[in-house]
Design a protein around this ligand. Structure first.
Ligand code: SDX
Length: 374
């Protein structure tokens, strides 16, 4: 048996052709391309197609793919009724998780449990569209707002952000939101992707893998960090702003607390390439809201203190937290949007797992007693 590695730190869990974090060369490899280059030149549907199919789409393939991403014809009206039954104090991630489980029931069992490439592809791509609808509308329903259905005359990013905000958005806002969705789309083997692959390795279905993935991503050490990060920046602002930001962080660190949006299991003491790419867009949006400039100032001070005191740098959740706030996105939707983007990566990983499966079943280092007699 191999040696015990807490948290599987540094352990290679599977082989994959989907993505790889080349930390030394500071490149996030997505099917052979550099994610940051893709984020600068492509749209979310184009990168989603690449992640799922292994190649960039031609014009016809992209048109057909986008049509499915913006199609709500398979989204049952009963699902909206389920969302309405959610207790008002539900977390949006939990409502989406419930919605995904409910949607599974609209597949015949044979289709649901069919692990063929084609069946997984069809179910998965449909789920990208359905999770976006669940994301935007679960929050709207929780807040007694009207349901908004997809507008297939728009791009995926413009439609998704429009459904979330319920009003027209500028092309600049749609462009920045699209880049954020691309930065969140796929990232090798984070906890949530691993959860999905573990579930897929029992030949369980795509919906079940998604439920595992969303449950993992909800945690503040993972996808939940973006919401925690904006709450921290707003707390600093409420307690004195940029003047007290340095002391605020020092107090937290001296109290052995974690600063959300910083550090990474793989990047460790390096800057997350996605954070480096996205931080430049903050200045373009900071005048969107009255306290935007002050929040940006606080954002920079926190970053300076973390580099100085801990040698730690932002992961992607840190700039996205402020960008989402400047876009006017409700805070409870930050992590759900992360999951909605990452559906493309999860689909690719579940398909890859099912196409060449080996059940995940690790061993343990037993530390309990032995030989006890009744
Ligand atoms: C995501 O895996 C992925 O790729 C995830 C993700 C994706 O795209 O899917 O990139 C998305 O989840 C990004 C991470 C978001 N989470 C956060 O921002 C939460 C805050 N960060 C940390 O809790 C932490 O950095 C982790 C969880 C992200 C990684 O932690 P590790 O690898 O388990 O590191 P560790 O806990 O062993 O910490 C090592 C040292 C410790 O100091 P010592 O106790 O040794 O003195 O670094 C310190 C930690 O205290 N440290 C931090 C810190 N992160 C690590 N100290 C203060 N604030 C932090 N954020």
């Amino acid at each position: 048996m191999s040696e015990f590695k807490p948290g599987l730190d540094g352990v290679i869990a599977t082989d994959t052709s989907i993505s790889y974090l080349d930390v030394d060369n500071e490149e996030i490899v997505i099917r052979g391309y550099d994610l940051i280059e893709l984020a600068g030149a492509k749209s979310y549907p184009e990168v989603a197609y690449l992640v799922i199919n292994g190649e960039l789409p031609n014009h016809k393939q992209l048109t057909n793919f986008e049509k499915i991403l913006l199609d709500d014809s398979t989204f049952p009206n009963e699902a909206y009724e389920v969302l309405k039954l959610a207790p008002k104090k539900s977390m949006v991630m939990d409502i989406i998780r419930t919605g995904i489980s409910f949607l599974a029931g609209f597949n015949d069992e044979s289709d649901l449990m069919n692990t063929s490439h084609e069946s997984n592809l069809n179910k998965g791509i449909r789920l990208i569209a359905e999770v976006a609808i669940l994301t935007a509308n679960s929050h709207r329903i929780l807040n007694n707002q009207n349901i908004i259905k997809p507008d297939n005359s728009k791009s995926f990013a413009e439609n998704f952000l429009g459904m979330i905000l319920g009003h027209k958005i500028s092309s600049k806002e749609a462009e920045i939101f699209d880049k954020i969705l691309i930065c969140y789309i796929e990232h090798e083997m984070p906890n949530s992707t691993f959860a999905a692959r573990i579930i897929g390795s029992t030949l369980s279905d795509m919906y079940g893998a998604f439920v595992g993935g969303i449950s993992s991503l909800k945690g503040p050490l993972h996808g939940g960090a973006n919401e925690a990060a904006i709450h921290m920046l707003l707390d600093i602002e409420s307690k004195g702003g940029s003047k007290i930001a340095d002391k605020y962080i020092m107090d937290k660190l001296n109290n052995k607390e974690r600063i959300m949006g910083f550090g990474h299991r793989v990047y460790m003491k390096k800057y997350d390439p996605r954070a480096l790419f996205l931080r430049d867009y903050i200045a373009e949006l900071e005048s969107n809201i009255q306290n935007g400039k002050e929040l940006h100032k606080i954002y920079k001070i926190v970053e300076e203190v973390m580099a100085r005191e801990k040698g730690l740098y932002p992961n992607t959740d840190y700039p996205i937290a402020l960008l989402f706030y400047l876009l006017g996105i409700p805070i409870p939707l930050y992590t759900p949007i992360f999951f909605a983007s990452r559906t493309s990566g999860l689909i690719a990983h579940v398909i890859e797992q099912h196409n060449n499966n080996r059940l995940f079943r690790p061993r343990v280092l037993y530390t309990g007693p032995r030989g006890l007699k009744l």
